[in-house]
Every structure is written in structure tokens, then in C-alpha cells.
Ligand binder design. Structure first.
Ligand SMILES: [Ca+2]
Ligand SMILES: [Ca+2]
Length: 208
């Protein structure tokens, strides 16, 4: 009697334990991981401590570590704070509409990367951290899922910092002359000019 307990892959059945050739076999506890790409995303800001009213530039990079080419790749700016005003972008196709904020990357071959630059103005002091994540990809990813933030994976990254108050300059003093603080600076200056003019008049009269 031959040993029939070994797995018989020729007909997809399990030996003598499942002798009926038409009985379907259910594999319990087994899992098969099938993936095609591995997208990784990074996001950086050029200045993590700007003053209110200053521009900062975000750099978003997505790389496909393969092994296969990726298609239909999109990246979304999620959790974009109201205090950040979008100004411009370069390096790719980006929709700055608040209802979208989608960067259309398109095809990304294995080993290739793409980079987008977004310039924004910090309109208020305080935390301005924000997040970018891979939003879509036609192929399954090894270790991340598109558009499932706030789950943190290698297709997600945050950048930002803490903005300080508006920088104080001489022009900001004079432009706020009606606010009291400016007046305390402007009036002594005007008084000094008036005193200089009066002394000049007296000097001319004395010379006559
Ligand atoms: Ca990934
Ligand atoms: Ca994700």
C-alpha cells in the first residue's frame, strides 16, 4: 500500500485524509502575501520656526521601492491647517483646492521617485504641522494602504513646526502709529525734529 499522506499538488488534494477527489479543501491558518510595489513618502519643511506672515516651503517626495512599477499614484495633503495659506507649487500637478489638495504623480517605475514643492505663508503663530499620504495606487503595496490616515505607515509623513509672532521692525512701528505703541515712538521723533528746527531758527536770528 503506497503512502498517500503527502500533499498531492497534481490534483490539489491532500492524500488519503481527503480521499474524495471532489471535496474542496480549505486551508486554515495559512496566508499568502502578494504585493507589487512599496511606496514610501517623506515630507519636510525648510523652516520649522518662522514668524507669523513668513513663507515656508514644503518638499514632498514619494519613492517606489518596487519590485514592480506603480501606476495611478496620487498623494494628498491631509490635515492642512487653516493658518497655512497656499501660495504656489512646482515640480508636479497639484490641486490646491481645500476640497482636494491632491498631487497627481501618475506612473512611478520601480526605483523611481518624484518630488513636489509647495510654498505657503504661515498666517498665525503656533503649530503648523501637516501631513501628506499616498492617496491612491493601482497596485497593492507591501506594507501600507493608501488613504487610511490617521494610521501611520511608510506612505505617511508630517512636517511643520511652531511659528512665532510677527517680527517687529521699524516699519511695523510707524505703520501702527494709531495703535499707541507706534505713537509712543513717532511723537518723540517728531518732537526732536521740531526742536532741531526751532534751534535752527534761533541760530539764524542770532547771526543777523
Ligand atoms: Ca509602502
Ligand atoms: Ca497609508
Amino acid at each position: 500500500m503506497p503512502n498517500t499522506s503527502a500533499i498531492d499538488l497534481s490534483n490539489g488534494l491532500l492524500g488519503d485524509k481527503y480521499a474524495n477527489p471532489i471535496t474542496p479543501v480549505t486551508w486554515v491558518g495559512a496566508s499568502v502575501h502578494v504585493y507589487a510595489v512599496d511606496l514610501e513618502l517623506t515630507k519636510e519643511v525648510d523652516n520649522g520656526s518662522p514668524n507669523e506672515g513668513q513663507q515656508v516651503m514644503f518638499t514632498i517626495t514619494v519613492i517606489n521601492k518596487g519590485p514592480l512599477d506603480a501606476t495611478g499614484v496620487q498623494v494628498e495633503d491631509v490635515a492642512w491647517p487653516d493658518k497655512l495659506r497656499y501660495d504656489e507649487h512646482s515640480g508636479g500637478t497639484y490641486d490646491p483646492d481645500p476640497a482636494s489638495r491632491i498631487w497627481t504623480v501618475g506612473d512611478l517605475d520601480a526605483g523611481a521617485s518624484a518630488t513636489l514643492y509647495i510654498t505657503a505663508t504661515v498666517m498665525q503663530e503656533g503649530d503648523f504641522e501637516n501631513v501628506a499620504e499616498v492617496y491612491a495606487c493601482n497596485e497593492p503595496d507591501k506594507d501600507s494602504t493608501p488613504n487610511n490616515y490617521p494610521t501611520i505607515e511608510d506612505d505617511t509623513d508630517a512636517a511643520g513646526g511652531e511659528a512665532g509672532p510677527t517680527a517687529v521692525t521699524l516699519s511695523s512701528f510707524t505703520s501702527r502709529s494709531s495703535a499707541g505703541l507706534g505713537a509712543s515712538f513717532v511723537w518723540p521723533w517728531m518732537a526732536g525734529v521740531a526742536a532741531l528746527a526751532m534751534s535752527s531758527v534761533l541760530w539764524v536770528r542770532r547771526r543777523r
